[in-house]
Design a protein around this ligand. Structure first.
Ligand code: VGL
Ligand code: ZN
Length: 194
């Protein structure tokens, strides 16, 4: 189990209907199972004075992130729609960080990337964590092989001690084993997977 204190942030990554509800357009198998883990970790984090941050994939209707506009994904998490909302059972109590809002690929909570020219730009997540004196992050959410992986690798690159809670993440597994490989990459980069 992750341990929390005021220098730790729990980052709850993209627990939104399109990923976590079996009716979602980019449903991640067993995605609904991470909701209880996220709520439990949030309670523990809050009790220990840790910072809570919820990231949300928040796309415009038209974006090269989507297959029909040249990207790879079905339409998902279009801002203000049901698919972009967190499941009703997820208790959202903390900072909300929306990414991909300008049509970028927003896999990492820390950076967004223009899918056309590849240009990367930071979100305000790092500044938020620095301002609060955060040194460690714990990560749960969806999906292991995309947003969780990129968020964890960026956190490590930025110098945050990073733990991913295995029971609190699930993978898309576009190719079998992608989720396990993502966890391996996080470990190889110095992260803890527990
Ligand atoms: C995600 C695919 C496309 C994620 C977001 O949250 O992992 N995956 N957009
Ligand atoms: Zn997306």
């Amino acid at each position: 189990m992750a341990s929390y204190d005021p220098k730790t942030a729990l980052i709850v990554v993209d627990i939104q209907n399109d990923f976590a509800d079996p009716k979602g357009s980019l449903y991640v198998r067993e995605g609904e199972k991470v909701v209880d883990v996220a709520n439990r970790e949030a309670d523990r984090a809050r009790a220990a004075g840790a910072l809570l941050v919820y990231t949300q994939d928040w796309h415009p209707e038209v974006t090269p992130h989507f297959k029909k506009f040249g990207g790879v994904w079905p339409v998902h998490c279009v801002r203000e729609t049901w698919g972009a909302q967190p499941p009703p059972r997820l208790k959202v109590d903390g900072e909300i960080l929306r990414k991909g809002t300008g049509g970028e690929d927003g896999y990492s909570g820390f950076t967004v990337q223009d899918p056309v020219d590849g240009e990367k730009k930071p979100t305000h997540l790092e500044a938020l964590l620095r301002k609060r004196g955060i040194e460690r992050v714990a990560i749960v959410g969806l999906a292991t092989d995309y947003c969780v992986k990129e968020t964890a690798l960026d956190a490590l690159r930025l110098g945050f001690a990073t733990t991913v809670l295995r029971e609190g993440v699930r993978a898309v597994n576009l190719h079998p084993g992608d989720g396990e490989r993502a966890l391996e990459e996080i470990r190889a980069a110095g992260g803890q997977v527990e």
